[in-house]
Design a protein around this ligand. Sequence first.
Ligand code: CA2
Length: 146
Amino acid sequence: MSDRPVLVVLNGPNLNLLGEREPDVYGHETLADVETLCRARTDELGWSLDFRQTNHEGVMIDAIHEVRTRAVGVVVNAGGWTHTSVAIRDALAAVRCPVIEVHISDVHAREEFRHLSYISDVAAEVIVGRGVQGYAEAIDAVRRHA
Ligand code: CA2
């Protein structure tokens, strides 16, 4: 088993559909493209990448618990749960390493209900509206905060 630091990227509901709909909001890249760009960045840093997506809140919470003591950093796009889930926020609050919140779109320029994030105040940094490139920026933010 590799002893390289493990960078964890967690994606929430509907992000598996990335690239299939709403390209004006989310762009044309797929989640597989996002994984590829994250892997390029973690390879450069000599880190390994654990990249996941789930549409199930309990699976996301279990994943956060599983990585909370062993990751070098957690990059999380919690999708719609960002605006609704105290449970995901509580799980992220127990993570020992830096947590970086990322959103592909500029949530603050969209509907009012997307302006509230339950996660932002337990995150070391929040990156919004940078497209999928925001994931690479989030990995760089982990490096600064780790
Ligand atoms: O901008 C982001 O990254 C979001 O986290 C994406 C979430 C949305 O609920 C947040 O407010 C902002 C939605 C992810 C759904 O992504 C889709 C992509 C393509 C087609 C359908 C859904």
